[in-house]
Design a protein around this ligand. Structure first.
Ligand code: BTN
Length: 268
């Protein structure tokens, strides 16, 4: 278990993202705590980290599983200065930052991004996931919480049956265990660069495309109750997944990729 005070080494005063790091041994969800922080003085830009979450959330109402003290669970409280039409790019930018930080921690791992924001290995095993909660007010993006969960030192041998088939960790890719505070420092730096660039009008879409696990592949996407099948044709300028289906090209702003077929047609 990392000493509580050690986490503040990842903070950089004056930096927009992660000027302070608030550490908790155990918490419901870091996303909820980061949203509370937005109402506190100096809360904007704060990174909230927990060694354990009793109510960690994944996308689409799932639980986020993580044994105490092994992984990185962090949420950043933000008031991004971007127009609502570009709000979907925040998750894309945060995914690029998370993938870059993971790749820096395990050089040549060849990590990829699976729309909208999973970090996966070349063979589709998930290393990290993001849950971005945004709030609109009066047609503007009022605030956002970027929640990031990275499997760091959780060995596949220890993972429960329900996720071991589709997940791995940085330590399993690297061999030795990784320093979670060093990883957080790299992640907050990368996220800060992405947020500042997004606010200045730059787009993360081209960089997302460079490491996309989906482009040109046949995929199945769950959108609400509907299952769509088509060829992933990239990410649009607003962050939507472009999906070529027999009827034409769809731009999906929400959804979950549930199957990816390899070029020979087998599901990966
Ligand atoms: C997913 O891939 O389904 C998203 C997972 C997001 C998990 C992180 S862990 C830190 C933050 N707090 C939460 O409750 N969820 C996110």
């Amino acid at each position: 278990m990392t000493d509580a005070s050690a986490w503040s080494r990842a903070a950089v005063s004056g930096r927009r993202v992660g000027h302070t790091v608030e550490h908790h041994g155990s918490l419901g969800s870091t996303n909820d705590r980061a949203r509370e922080a937005l109402a506190e003085p100096g809360g904007e830009g704060r990174a909230v980290v927990a060694d354990h979450q009793s109510a960690g959330r994944g996308r689409r109402g799932r639980q986020w599983l993580s044994p105490p003290g092994h992984n990185l669970m962090v949420s950043v409280a933000l008031r991004p200065r971007i127009e609502p039409a570009r709000a979907g790019l925040l998750g894309i930018a945060a995914a690029v930052a998370t993938r870059d930080a993971c790749e820096a921690a395990v050089p040549r791992a060849g990590l990829l991004l699976r729309w909208p924001n999973d970090v996966v290995t070349g063979d589709g095993l998930k290393v990290a996931g993001l849950l971005v909660d945004t709030a609109l007010a009066d047609d503007r993006l009022a605030d956002a919480v970027v929640g990031i969960g990275i499997n760091v030192n959780w060995r596949r041998a220890e993972m429960p049956a329900e996720i071991v088939e589709r997940a791995t960790s940085l330590a399993d890719l690297a061999g030795p265990e990784l320093d979670r505070v060093a990883l957080l420092a790299t992640l907050l730096d990368a996220l800060d660069r992405e947020v500042v660039a997004l606010e200045s009008g730059a787009s993360p879409v081209a960089r997302f495309a460079e490491v996309s696990a989906l482009d040109g592949r046949q995929v199945e996407v769950q959108v609400g109750e509907e299952r769509l099948e088509g060829m992933a044709a990239g990410v649009a300028e607003d962050g939507a997944l472009l999906l070529d289906v027999p009827a034409g090209r769809l731009a999906l702003t929400v959804g979950e990729v549930v199957a990816v077929r390899d070029p020979a047609g087998a599901a990966a």
